[in-house]
Write a protein that binds this ligand. Structure first.
Ligand code: NAD
Length: 353
């Protein structure tokens, strides 16, 4: 066994169908009196309903969350939060909404209660992101880790199937990189393995029956575990590539993770036998790279970066950006290797290069 250090993040998780009904109690237990409810414009009705349920505990709804938290949207939300004198934030939605909550917590230090409705996992991490002039800056700050998280699978039943699949793969990617992270540990590996098992078994069920509370619960449980592994470890090549592709080429977040995952895992596979063994146990498949690729395609996910808008002309800049600064990865990151990986992903070739 390898030496390890395990430092746990504080976690207050309430899980179960209908558990959003505990929100008022959670807010009171945190000593909060006026929370601002956040959502995207698309989820405004849900946020409004939650705000009404909260009654006098709610300072109102701000339904302007956007992907990657553009700095202007953070400024607007900060002005609203100041104006209504919010002493906390309820983020109802996916990673974009949690991200807006984090922009507020970073500025004012007030706590977030997250009510996740996708599988992205941001609610389990102290990582914030803000995008200015087309560049996404990220950082870690304990103040942005939500003080409580309510996982209510009922709220995920409306998540469109296509987004459910790619969001699920986004979560699986966190667990895969946590399995070989330089700061991994046995407990994180257990969570990662169980998270991959839960999501890979739930996603086919969601595709055939999107409203099944059983499959939705299993997927959200997996998302929690995978998100927790993201919050506890340092990510490597896979997340670096997705960050570059999303940040510089504006590729969609969860879809990009889904396409890249089999390629990044194939790149590292020879150097991480324990990760491969964990994924074999989690999925029951002898060849996890092939399995993840085939599962994503069977479930209707995009098959290539080209489908997402990446082009041959973008390739060299992506290689340059992904290899410019050194970072931890089990296999050496070289321009030749990354060019080969991205070329295969661009064209949707078999990931067994
Ligand atoms: P998202 O939050 O942008 O949601 C995608 C769309 O789905 C939105 O229009 C949203 O309104 C809608 N939606 C969400 N839940 C729904 C539901 N239950 N029913 C119907 N519609 C629903 O997407 P995401 O993938 O969850 O988050 C992506 C963002 O999160 C990116 O900016 C990414 O960088 C960030 N992220 C951050 C971390 C972190 O640790 N900081 C981790 C993961 C993701």
């Amino acid at each position: 066994m390898k030496d390890f250090q395990y430092k746990s993040l504080p976690m207050n998780v309430i899980f179960g169908p209908g558990s959003v009904q505990n929100l008022s109690k959670v807010i009171r237990d945190l000593g909060l009196k006026r929370v601002l409810v956040l959502s995207t414009p698309l989820q405004k009705d849900l946020a409004q309903g939650i705000s009404e349920e909260l009654g006098e505990l709610s300072a109102g709804v701000h339904a302007e969350a956007e992907m990657h938290v553009p700095i202007e949207s953070a400024y607007r939300a900060r002005a609203v939060a100041s104006e209504v004198q919010a002493d906390g934030y309820v983020a109802v939605g996916g990673g974009s909404t949690t991200g807006l909550g984090k922009a507020l917590a970073l500025e004012f230090g007030a706590p977030i209660v997250a009510v996740p409705t996708t599988y992205a996992g941001s609610e389990m991490t102290p990582i914030w992101g803000l995008t200015a002039d087309g560049v996404k800056k990220t950082g870690r700050d304990p103040r942005v880790l939500p003080a409580a998280v309510i996982y209510d699978p009922e709220l995920t039943r409306s998540l469109p199937v296509r987004i459910s699949v790619t969001s699920g793969f986004n979560a699986i990617a966190h667990a895969v990189e946590a399995l070989y992270a330089p700061d991994g540990s046995p407990i994180i590996s257990q969570m990662a393995e169980e998270g991959v098992r839960a999501l890979t078994s739930a996603l086919p069920g969601i595709v055939s029956d999107p409203h099944s509370i059983e499959h939705r619960s299993e997927a959200l449980y997996g998302a929690w575990l995978c998100g927790a592994t993201l919050g506890a470890t340092t990510m490597s090549l896979h997340h670096k590539l997705c960050h570059t592709l999303g940040g510089t080429f504006n590729l969609p977040h969860a879809e990009t993770h889904t396409v890249i995952l089999p390629y990044s895992l194939a790149y590292n596979a020879g150097a991480v036998p324990e990760t491969i063994a964990a994924l074999q146990r989690a999925t029951g498949a002898k060849y996890p790279v092939k399995y993840l690729r085939e599962l994503s395609l069977e479930l209707g996910a995009p098959s290539s970066l080209r489908e997402l808008g990446f082009t041959d002309a973008d390739l060299e800049l992506a290689v340059e950006l992904a290899t410019r600064n050194p970072y931890a990865n089990p296999r050496e990151v070289t321009p030749t290797g990354i060019r080969e990986l991205l070329t295969a992903a661009l064209n949707g070739d078999s990931p067994n290069f």
